[in-house]
Structures are given as C-alpha cells and as structure tokens.
Design a protein around this ligand. Structure first.
Ligand SMILES: Cc1ncc(C[n+]2csc(CCOP(=O)(O)OP(=O)(O)O)c2C)c(N)n1
Ligand SMILES: [Mg+2]
Length: 306
C-alpha cells in the first residue's frame, strides 16, 4: 500500500502541474506551443522511481513530467514556461528547451535527444545509466536507428523508453510504419526489449528494475515500449480534441482504495496538489521578472561579442 501511495503522490503532483499549465494557457497567462503528458505520468513515475543519484534523463517535446520527476525545481520549470528570468533557462527556452542538471534537456526536434543521450552515456561513471524518453513517432527518425545501432554495438548504458501513445501528431502508427511493435527493433539490434502497460505504474517500475542491472553492469542498452493513452490533444489549444479515454489514475486510485486507502484522502490530495500548482503559477506570473533583452547576446555566444 505505501509503495503505491508514494507512486500516487508523485503522479498526482505531475498531473496537477500540467492541469495548471493548461489552465494558465487557456487564461492566456502562458504562451507558445505546449505539449502535455497528462495520461502518461505512470511511465514517467515508474521509470524515474528506479533511478539512482548519478543517472541522467533526456527528454522529448513532452518534457514537464520528465523534469519534475527527475528532481527539477517546479518553480524554475513553471518560470521557464512563463518566460521569466528565474526559469531553468532564464526564460529563453520555454517548454521545448528545458534544461537542468539531472534531466539534461528537452527538445522540439523529434528524435533529437536520442543521439545526445547515447553520447552523454559514453561519459557516465561506471554503473550509472542515461534514460531517454521519446514517442512512437520518433521511432521513424534516422536518429533513432543510428542511436540504437551504435548503443548496441558499443554497449552504451542507455535505457531507451518509448512512450507509445499510438499517434505522431495526427497520424496513427499504421499510417506511418509497417513495423507492428517498437520492441521489434530491440530484437533487430540485439538488445533486451520489453513491452509494458504504461498505465500500470508498478508494472513499469518492475520492468525497468528488470532491465537496469544488465545496463549498469556494462552489457549494453535496453528498450522499453510503454503503451500510454494520450488524454489531451497533441498540443494544448489544438481543436482536434481526443475522444474520451480511460484515465489510468482512476484505476490506480481504485486499487489504492481496495488496499485500504480512503477515497477521501486521495481526492483531498489531488485537490490540494491542484491548488498548490495553481498558486505556484499565480506567484511566478505576479512576482518573477521578465528577462532583460540586453543580456541576450552574452547568453548566445560562448565569448561575449565586444
Ligand atoms: C524532426 C521533426 N520532425 C517533425 C516534427 C513535428 N512534430 C512535432 S511533434 C510530432 C509527433 C511526434 O510524435 P511522437 O514521437 O509519437 O510523440 P507524441 O507527440 O505522440 O508524444 C511531430 C511530427 C518535429 N518537431 N521534429
Ligand atoms: Mg506518439
């Protein structure tokens, strides 16, 4: 019960953060292209629950959960989304270009972080791993294949985590590939590949726990294909709303109640997390300064221009 309750606590805080992002965007307090990972939190939480201090995370274009779960300061993430000087990238990057220490970077380039994660993993201390999250659309990029190939050949300590929601923007998987399963590529490149229900946080954690020891021991990379349900449109504000889908969080809470948690306690937590996330954004939007454009040149060039 306690283990599942701890998973629920993290899932609830990630969900609340992104609900507050969506609300702030609709209120026009935030701008730009924002991709939410609502519905995919169990993968993020299950995977990151198995990481150790030296392990690193590379993210995608749905990065908020990856960063928060890897320990980035929620206020600095919120401030980056709001374009404030106090943000992770001093307000210059926004959602698609988050950067921090443990969660190294997000990217708007689909498949873009895959080779970077492999390169970074070559420089990791022995026994630690780099996890890279990407979508099923990224699997059709050249960088996915280059990264899998080289990582397998050189036994690079990377865990490839495909968050497979069955769509790339608006194309379903069968519209852009004849390859049925992402794990098929694991078999092709000769590395361990597992498939998991990405709505089952315990199964994700268990599967990752089974893949990590070999990676840590120098036997090379592994691939995890986690099936997730996208509960929001591709990006916030897109008119192509998703049809109603089952939210894994409902099942997770039902399971917790079965194990002895009280439904009230869970609902209270969810409500408190949402209020805390709303108040975080309110506070950032009211208090945190916008960047001074005069600083921009000093940030773009390694050596400031005279
Ligand atoms: C190299 C590149 N090609 C195309 C795009 C446009 N694009 C943005 S998100 C996206 C879909 C990615 O799908 P997937 O990897 O499955 O992630 P999901 O959005 O489903 O989480 C595409 C094609 C891009 N950003 N970068
Ligand atoms: Mg997808």
């Amino acid at each position: 019960l306690e283990r599942l309750r701890a998973f629920h606590t993290t899932v609830s805080s990630l969900r609340a953060f992104e609900e507050a992002v969506g609300e702030s965007l609709r209120a026009r307090d935030l701008e730009g292209l924002l991709h939410l990972s609502i519905g995919g939190e169990a993968v993020v939480v299950g995977v990151t629950s198995q990481l150790e201090a030296d392990d690193l995370v590379y993210s995608s274009h749905r990065p908020h959960g990856h960063f928060l779960a890897a320990g980035a300061d929620p206020r600095a993430v919120a401030a980056e989304l709001a374009g404030r000087e106090t943000g992770l990238c001093r307000g210059r990057g926004g959602s698609l270009h988050l950067m921090s220490d443990r969660a190294v970077m997000a990217t708007g380039i689909v498949g873009g972080t895959l080779p970077l994660a492999v390169g970074h993993a070559l420089r990791q201390p022995e026994g630690s791993v780099v996890v890279v999250f990407f979508g099923d659309g990224a699997v059709q990029t050249g960088t996915f294949h280059e990264s899998m190939n080289l990582a397998a050949l050189w036994r690079v300590p990377v865990l490839f985590v495909c968050e497979n929601n069955g769509v790339a923007e608006f194309s379903t998987r069968d519209e852009h590939t004849t390859v049925e399963k992402v794990t098929d590529y694991g078999h092709l490149y000769g590395l361990p590949a597992s498939e998991v229900d990405g709505g089952d946080v315990e199964a994700v954690a268990r599967t990752v726990a089974s893949l990590l020891p070999a990676i840590r021991n120098g036997h090379g990379p592994a691939l995890l294909e986690a099936h997730v349900t996208r509960l929001r449109p591709h990006y916030e504000g897109d008119w192509r709303e998703r049809e109603e889908h089952v939210d894994f969080l409902v099942g997770l809470e039902a399971r917790l109640v079965e194990l002895g948690a009280s439904a009230d306690e869970l609902a209270t937590r969810r409500a408190a997390d949402l209020e805390a996330a709303r108040s975080l954004f309110r506070s950032v939007l009211h208090e945190d300064p916008l960047p001074d454009p005069a600083d921009d040149r000093s940030l773009v060039f390694a050596r400031p221009l005279p």
